[in-house]
Design a binder for this molecule. Structure first.
Ligand code: ADP
Length: 451
């Protein structure tokens, strides 16, 4: 019993190691590279399978050896790809190893009578899938030239080819290769199918969001624009009272601000996409920073006089000074506060921070007692152009860009952002960031600047 469980633990651990060896996350590397790595993994496994099967079938030792060398070289290549992710060099190396293996197989395993030509066609197809442009043309050229070489060897130098010892071995070998090829192709073909179905769905989703965005944008731009044009027209009227005039000017300024925010958001997103945002670390006195964020919303808060605000900081770390990109952090937290104000009519908006127990991360939070977010919307409100309520006749203006900007900026700061919320009770947004304490000198300079 003891041996059995001991044995099972070893097997389980081995399986775990085996799986993690093949676990290679390449989500953002593009189809050709992901397909290349999958092909490499499967070919490597098949190579070792070839070693075992040709040994069991008591094939001549040079065939077993050929399989072994092939698999060993592929394992080295796989380790190289895993460590360096240099795909071009790896693909060239794979081509050289593959072509050498096929040629040796042709010579050792019955030439035109053996399974090499079938394996050759399969390899060619796979290479076409994971190469592009000039490299792909080169690959096609190499395979065609090699086919020509096979023909010359078979016709002119047939004495170089090792033929099968008997008909049974010939038959078994060919059937075996067909079987193994089908088994090997199943995961690759399924991968291609899933990959394309997935990217088609993604494209359709992006298309839908783009149309929703355009419809939304024209609504978002037209509403403040109409207000600005309408109220400035009304200002021409010489008979209006001073109070009305000042009210009209307020409306014009407010709507101008909404338009500006929209343009800022769109520009921010294009900067994120173009990867032209550089991080600039500086010491931040967190409590002052949070007060500064709140202060920038003074006008909005005056208008929503039923909302109270407070800043919550931990007693032990109330003078915390951290290193981070202040401007970026300001954009994130102020977006969260803007939302908290927008989606809350009564109650309390709290801003604060605390440290995780291991003092590894800093968590900044913005909580409100507003309308809350339905459970089903929590997973997509951080996506671009997505809103909890996607009905155009909704009560709140907005483009659905604020939170996606927060999320993308947070990722740039190597942090995480998430929300806890209950409908009609309120929401709390959390921003977790790696904690870098400022040095004593930096703290002194910061305090000096603040005074
Ligand atoms: P929007 O411009 O629509 O506010 P955001 O990306 O900032 O876009 O937010 C996306 C959606 O998340 C909002 O449309 C809203 O439905 C929901 N949301 C964000 N913050 C809050 C909040 N504090 N309370 C309730 N809902 C919120």
């Amino acid at each position: 019993m003891f041996f059995f469980s001991f044995f099972m633990t070893i097997i389980k651990n081995l399986l775990k190691e085996f799986r993690s060896f093949f676990d290679f996350d390449l989500n953002n590397s593009g189809f050709t590279n992901v397909f290349f790595v999958k092909t490499l993994q499967i070919t490597m496994l098949l190579g070792y399978g070839g070693v075992i099967i040709s040994s069991v079938l008591i094939m001549p030792s040079h065939i077993v050896f050929n399989f072994f060398i092939f698999s060993f070289l592929l394992t080295m290549l796989y380790l190289y790809v895993r460590s360096f992710e240099n795909f071009l060099i790896s693909k060239i190396a794979f081509l050289i190893i593959d072509i050498s293996f096929l040629n040796t197989l042709f010579l050792l395993n019955g030439g035109i009578n053996g399974p090499t030509l079938l394996v050759f066609v399969i390899c060619f197809t796979l290479f076409v899938f994971f190469t592009e442009h000039l490299f792909q043309k080169f690959v096609i050229g190499v395979f065609l030239a090699n086919l020509f070489l096979f023909m010359i060897i078979q016709y002119k130098f047939a004495y170089l080819i090792h033929d099968y010892l008997n008909y049974k071995m010939h038959f078994a070998d060919n059937i075996l290769i067909i079987f193994v090829s089908i088994v090997a192709e199943i995961p690759l073909v399924l991968f291609i199918q899933r990959y394309f179905v997935k990217s088609k769905l993604k494209m359709e989703e992006a298309d839908r969001l783009k149309s929703a965005f355009l419809a939304n944008m024209s609504h978002e731009i037209r509403t403040p624009m109409n207000a600005i044009l309408g109220f400035s027209e009304m200002l021409r009227d010489k008979t209006i009272s001073d109070t009305d005039k000042s009210h009209y000017l307020d409306v014009i300024r407010e709507n101008g601000k909404i338009l500006l925010q929209l343009i800022n958001n769109i520009m921010q997103l294009s900067k994120i996409d173009a990867e032209i945002i550089n991080l600039k670390e500086s010491p931040i006195h967190l409590k002052t920073f949070l007060s500064k964020v709140l202060e920038s919303f003074r006008n909005d808060l005056q208008r929503k006089s039923h909302i109270k605000t407070s800043i919550e900081v931990p007693i032990n770390d109330h003078e915390l000074v951290v290193l981070n990109d202040e401007l970026m952090l300001f954009q994130i937290v102020s977006n969260l506060v803007a939302n908290a104000i927008k989606y809350t009519d009564y109650g309390l908006i709290q801003l604060g921070y605390f440290l995780t127990e291991d003092r590894d991360s800093l968590i900044i939070f913005v909580s409100d007692t507003g309308i809350g977010i339905p459970e089903s919307a929590k997973e997509f409100i951080f996506d671009r152009f997505r809103q909890a309520d996607e009905d155009y006749s909704r009560d709140f203006s907005g483009s659905g860009l604020g939170l996606s900007i927060c999320k993308e900026l947070t990722l740039l700061l190597r942090g995480e952002i998430w929300v806890e919320s209950k409908e009609k009770v309120g929401s709390t947004f959390y921003l977790s960031l790696p904690l870098h304490f400022a040095s004593t000198d930096q703290i002194k300079i910061k305090k000096h600047q603040m005074n």
